[in-house]
Ligand binder design. Structure first.
Ligand code: COA
Length: 331
């Protein structure tokens, strides 16, 4: 008997029009196109203008593209999950606003904060909701307005991040295709290395937090780099082992786009070829929860039914993991 799995059946995406090139950044901070390109692989990133449009603006645009491509009636959507580290507001649910704006009037929804692993954790949640048998169409969105928490006078962070959103639809699959297995982890000790210190319960907004630039993203880049490489490698290795797979069996790796050198190190550790690695970091930078769905959006035409995909991500918290998914359709 075939098992009912949760498969991705449609993709949408959105990146803002405004392009911030490395040369433009070099006018703002002491850096150069050469340094950014060789140290990160990034050439340009997109920024939401005006920023006050909010993360929901990009999430809605990505969702609407998916709805139109799939010819989906939004009233059939059961659940909207918005994975984001930069919600429109700290309290009001961004997912609720998105669901209403796209006409998903029969859905419930929630925000999921897993930083750069948000979409990976969201895939787990979406698949579990489908497997419960109670939900049949789950819209999973990864969206972040990183420009809203970046200090554009701090060259160690501002060169890396960009804004964007990607959306996928999860539906039940009768052929056993879709999400197969996952290894997901967290380590709370990591919060010293990658964080926004203020604006939460520990340090509510005050004149001091503003003067100390504590509402901006802080990272200890070198340490984060090492943790990212070792933890994504370990999660992917465990996942492959427990599914009796070798890296040669994998058609594509959908890895969080944080730094091209991180991707190269993972590929080397896992013995992956450059053909297996899906990469678009040069155009968008690190869009946090949006990198994985934006990869699917960019490479949708390459993906074929039954292909084996290995997802992996790492982010603030720390959060990380790897997910094995088989592709369910030809576009
Ligand atoms: N332009 C020019 N020089 C820069 C620079 C920039 N944008 N940013 C840092 N530098 C300088 C540093 O000041 C340092 O100078 P010094 O040697 O005179 O002190 C030098 O470059 C090396 O700095 P270092 O931090 O060791 O560089 P790095 O090779 O580790 O690259 C990152 C920095 C941030 C690109 C890299 O550590 C990284 O990508 N880390 C992971 C970040 C990440 O993935 N975050 C999100 C996680 S999901």
């Amino acid at each position: 008997m075939t098992r009912k799995t949760a498969a991705i059946t449609a993709i949408g995406g959105f990146v803002p029009e405004f392009v911030l090139t490395n040369d433009a950044l070099a006018q703002m901070v002491e850096t150069s196109d050469e340094w950014i390109t060789t140290r990160t692989g990034i050439k340009e990133r997109r920024l939401l203008k005006p920023m006050s449009l909010g993360t929901s603006y990009m999430a809605i645009a990505a969702a609407k593209e998916l709805i139109q491509k799939k010819n989906l009636n939004p009233i059939d959507i059961d659940l909207v999950i918005v994975c984001t580290a930069t919600p429109d507001m700290p309290v009001s649910s961004t997912a609720a606003f998105v669901a209403t704006e796209i006409g998903a009037s029969n859905a419930f929804g929630y925000d999921l904060q897993g930083a750069c692993s948000g979409f990976l954790f969201g895939m787990s949640a979406a698949a579990a909701h489908i497997s419960s048998g109670r939900y049949h169409k789950v819209l999973l969105i990864g969206a972040d307005t990183m420009s809203s928490i970046i200090d554009y006078s701090d060259r160690t962070t501002c060169v890396i991040f960009g804004d964007g959103a990607g959306a996928v639809l999860f539906e039940p699959n009768d052929e056993g295709l879709g999400l197969q297995d996952e290894v997901l982890r967290v380590d709370g000790k990591g919060r010293d290395y990658l964080n926004v210190k203020a604006g939460g319960a520990i340090q509510p907004a005050s004149i001091h937090t503003i003067n100390n630039k504590a509402h901006f993203l802080h990272q200890e880049g070198k340490s984060v780099f090492k943790f990212a490489v070792s933890n994504m490698t370990a999660a992917a290795t465990q996942l492959l082992e427990q599914n009796n797979l070798s890296t040669y069996d994998i058609d594509y790796v959908v890895a969080h786009q944080a730094n091209k050198r991180i991707l190269d190190s993972i590929a080397k550790n896992l013995d992956l070829t450059s053909k297996q690695m899906l990469i678009n970091i040069e155009r968008y930078g690190n869009t946090t929860a949006a990198t994985l769905p934006l990869l699917l959006w960019d490479y949708e035409n390459k993906l074929k039914k039954n292909q084996k995909l290995l997802f992996t991500a790492f982010g603030g918290g720390f959060t990380w993991g790897a997910t094995y998914l088989t592709w369910a359709y030809n576009s």
